[in-house]
Design a protein. Structure first.
Lengths: 295, 289, 284
């Protein structure tokens, strides 16, 4: 808030030292993003140079050892899994947020919220493990093989639900009480109030939450790696195993060399680009929307 | 008010002055308000970004006198006060132009040692701003910062200022308790003590009573009156009765065309009994403002 | 709209919303119950402190706990000072709308959204290869530090910002230098925020897997130095369930340990946060 804008303040030596080191640390932290991007570029340069962008989509298949680098099916895998998860999680999350505010008794509402917060903190590897030992056998029993796009969608939905729900919850909490009171004074039913007052005033906030959830789903690695089967193919049904870009990196980084390694960095760069796009869109919305806490 | 100790009770110890300006108001004889300019403002203007809040103020503040700055809200009184110890430097986009002089010191000069200036010019804010630690540490911090580390000197200085603001008997047994546990009035007196601990020449008081209950407010007011002559005091107040009771001089500010300006300046008696300006007359009789 | 249909609508909505809430709760309860049910029986003093045998099917998680602690220690040791410094810079040395401050804040916001696997790639390229730390706890910890930095800075900066303007002004009015003001007034007031931020970062670091598999590696022996490869709890769960046939029982137990650790962390941070807001609401 208060700045040392004056060029004349009487800095003692200690002040100079402090401001110098603080500035250095801040510039380092701020430059970290650039460093990450620079390294991704640097490492994926051989791929861009030797293979070229088009071959990632025109090669016959993903056989990096045979110099064949088709990423298309993994891009589709990523897209199907994350959009499916968002489509499944968003309505549930929004309804749960409404539940917390308007339906649950106060005690239950507090516990429900606390539960969702805990859910948000469960590590993805635990979700993945649970999916692997509980969900996948169930799906396999119903419709073999088991590890599938469906399992990925379910686990991802479960993981991003808390993100969307907590953002929606906050934006509903910021709806001015006067709106709710005047809606009640007009004799609105609960349904009309939610539909005509709450949702319109919070739609930007909720959309922000969905974008953040989508970003999380796109970048998620461990859970999808553990439940999706990791077969490189474009899925045609919900029960087909898939491999996502993130899982591909995690599986092959250990032994990848040369162009193969560069191709993996390339897909990381691509993922990062997507996620950065969604996160900046969400941040942009957040700053424009007065009903979402800026915190 | 028996709580208030007259300033003459403060006895300086000449032997302990080394390295630290004597704990003593600037004059050694009987305190009085002198007809001698201590602070001079010449064509002072203040703007926040492009918004001008004060224009062309020319004013002399006499040594040892209490000068009340009165006028409606938003006419630049607080900004004027904050330019005197250059706190305006800390406000983003604030620009001060014109000339400000304290004795021979050019306050607005880029080379002015701000820490030294602020040591010489104490300030109290509308809300008591005690720091979140013990009473003792609140008083010790500025002393240590300005180079006093001797324990006995610290102790005696703290006792002296607390005596001066009439807090000693109330807090002497709980000097190490958190200052925030004190009442609002006590906190404000502690803030005053904390400013006095640096033996300033000038005290800037920004509505020091307005956030307090009437009784605490009365205590602070008497305290300020008791400091008359020992310090050059500028007090911003919206309470005209208070200005009338304690001020030697009154400066009336008014917002003309959205910009604060000095309307009239004179002795309290002259301002309240025979104001020269119509605005002043209207303001003090309660017709405007 | 008739009163009758209004009632039907209201009734249906109530049913839908309660169903949604139940659908959210069931998997959570299921997951927790499953972990407790299957993990509890394998959990013992011995399991927590002894070394893994037979690729983790037998024995315990002692060295893995130590590796996790070292990873988190390196991470916090780097992230906390950097986070404090950056937060100080953002709140005390730049104006809120200053270009540099906005750039740094914006880049940290984006960094917060970067997928952990990408941090893994970055850590592998920078720490393991360019700086030559190899697969080591040091590489892993530094990678984690990059990950938790944004959240840490955000929380600490927030706690500097709630310190009132008057406090800063009165410190300046007393002629206190900037370093004194920061040391005696701002830092003490920001300690709770720092703790909350640190704990949140700690939680993220402990939960992380993808960024670690190719920075700190898989080795499950007791680490002898920071340059040794070390396996974290989360990586252990992954390895047991995916690469070790018959590893599930111990994966359950490890997951239970990990989740309990995280719950404790979560609870203590909300406890500090609530005490902090309470003490801020005291009349001043």
């Amino acid at each position: 808030m208060i700045s040392s804008s004056s060029n004349i303040s009487p800095h003692s030596k200690r002040d100079d030292l402090l401001s110098g080191s603080v500035r250095f640390l801040a510039l380092t932290a701020g430059g970290l993003l650039l460093l990450v991007i620079a390294f991704l570029f640097y490492e994926s340069w051989p791929a861009l140079h030797h293979i070229g962008l088009t071959r990632f989509f025109s090669d016959p298949d993903w056989y990096p050892t045979d110099n064949s680098y088709r990423l298309t099916s993994m891009v589709w895998g990523t897209i199907f899994a994350s959009t499916g998860a968002v489509l499944l999680a968003s309505p549930l999350a929004i309804l749960s947020a409404l539940f917390c505010h308007f339906y649950a008794p106060p005690l239950l509402s507090r516990w429900f919220r606390r539960m969702v917060e805990l859910l948000a903190g469960i590590p993805s590897v635990v979700f993945g493990f649970w999916g692997l030992v509980v969900l996948v056998p169930m799906i396999g029993h119903w419709h073999p093989p088991g590890p599938s796009l469906l399992a990925g969608i379910l686990i991802l939905a479960f993981m991003i639900m808390p993100t969307i729900m907590l953002v929606a919850h906050t934006s509903i909490a910021h709806v001015p009480l006067a709106y709710i009171h005047s809606a009640s004074a007009l004799g609105f039913s609960r349904w009309s109030m939610m539909w005509h007052v709450i949702l319109p005033t919070t739609k930007v906030g909720i959309f922000t939450g969905i974008l953040l959830g989508l970003a999380r789903a796109l970048g998620e690695t461990m859970a999808v790696l553990m439940v999706c089967g990791n077969v490189v193919q474009t899925p045609s049904r919900l029960f087909d195993p898939i491999r996502t870009l993130t899982a591909n990196i995690a599986l092959e980084m250990g032994y990848a060399l040369g162009d193969h390694r560069a191709a993996l960095f390339m897909s990381g760069l691509f993922l990062m680009g997507l996620v950065v796009l969604f996160v900046s869109m969400a941040e942009g919305l957040r700053h424009r929307n007065t009903y979402v806490a800026t915190k | 008010m028996d709580l208030i100790q007259p300033t003459s009770h403060i006895i300086p110890d000449p032997d302990k002055r080394a390295g630290f300006r004597a704990w003593l108001p600037y004059q050694s004889t009987e305190p009085f308000c002198e007809p001698d300019a201590h602070l001079r403002a010449n064509n002072l203007s203040i703007a926040y970004h492009d918004l001008q809040v004060l224009r062309n103020v020319t004013l002399e503040i006499n040594r040892g006198c209490i000068t009340a700055l009165v006028g409606p809200s938003g006419c630049g009184k607080t900004s004027f006060l904050m330019s005197l110890n250059r706190l305006t430097d800390l406000i983003p986009g604030c620009q001060v132009s014109g000339h400000l002089q304290m004795n021979e010191l050019d306050i607005l000069a880029p080379t002015t040692d701000l820490l030294q200036l602020r040591r010489t010019v104490g300030m109290i804010f509308q809300k008591p701003t005690v720091f979140p630690f013990s009473i003792r540490k609140n008083l010790e911090l500025p002393l240590r910062e300005h180079g006093t580390h001797d324990r006995t000197l610290l102790q005696s200085t703290i006792e002296n200022v607390l005596q001066q603001v009439g807090l000693w008997h109330e807090v002497k047994d709980r000097l190490d308790h958190p200052a925030q546990a004190l009442s609002g009035g006590q906190q404000q007196r502690l803030c005053l003590a904390r400013a006095l601990v640096l033996t300033p020449d000038v005290l800037l008081l920004d509505e020091p009573c307005s956030a307090l209950d009437p009784i605490s407010s009365g205590i602070i007011e008497d305290l300020i009156a008791s400091l008359q002559g020992s310090y050059t005091i500028l007090i911003v107040t919206h309470n005209l009765a208070q200005a009338r009771r304690i001020a030697d001089h009154v400066a009336v500010f008014w917002s003309l065309e959205g910009v604060g300006q000095l309307v009239e300046h004179g002795s309290a008696q002259q301002i309240f009994e025979s104001p020269k300006e119509e605005l002043t007359a209207a303001y003090i009789s309660g017709i405007r403002g | 709209m008739s009163r009758q249909s209004n009632h039907v609508q209201e009734y249906c909505l109530t049913v839908i919303i309660w169903t949604a809430a139940t659908m959210v709760s069931i998997p959570f309860i299921w997951l927790m119950g499953d972990l407790l049910w299957n993990g509890w029986s394998h959990l013992s003093f011995n399991f927590v402190f002894s070394a893994p045998l037979n690729a983790g099917r037998e024995g315990g998680i002692g060295p893995i706990l130590i590796s996790t602690l070292l990873l988190v220690g390196v991470c916090m040791g780097v992230a906390v000072p950097m986070g404090m410094g950056t937060a100080l810079f953002l709140s005390e040395y730049t104006r809120h709308d200053h270009v540099l401050g906005r750039l740094i804040r914006g880049s940290l916001d984006v960094l917060a959204g970067v997928p952990s696997i990408v941090f893994g790639l970055f850590g592998n390229a920078l720490f393991c290869q360019v700086l030559g730390f190899g697969f080591s706890i040091l590489s892993g910890g530094l990678t984690l530090a990059c990950m938790v930095l944004p959240i840490l800075i955000r929380t600490v900066e927030e706690s500097f910002r709630v310190i009132s303007r008057e406090q800063r002004l009165s410190a300046a009015a007393l002629g206190l230098s900037k370093s004194t003001t920061i040391r005696t007034i701002l830092l003490p007031a920001a300690i709770p925020g720092l703790l909350v931020g640190g704990i949140l970062g700690l939680g993220r670091a402990i939960a992380e897997t993808a960024a670690l598999i190719f920075t700190s590696g898989y080795v499950d022996r007791m680490p002898e130095s920071l340059m040794d490869s070390g396996r974290s709890l989360a990586v252990h769960i992954y390895d047991l369930s995916m690469n070790v046939a018959g590893g599930n029982p111990h994966a359950y137990a490890t997951a239970l340990v990990l989740v309990s650790l995280l719950f404790m962390i979560n609870l203590s941070s909300s406890w500090i946060a609530s005490r902090w807001t309470l003490s801020n609401q005291l009349p001043t």
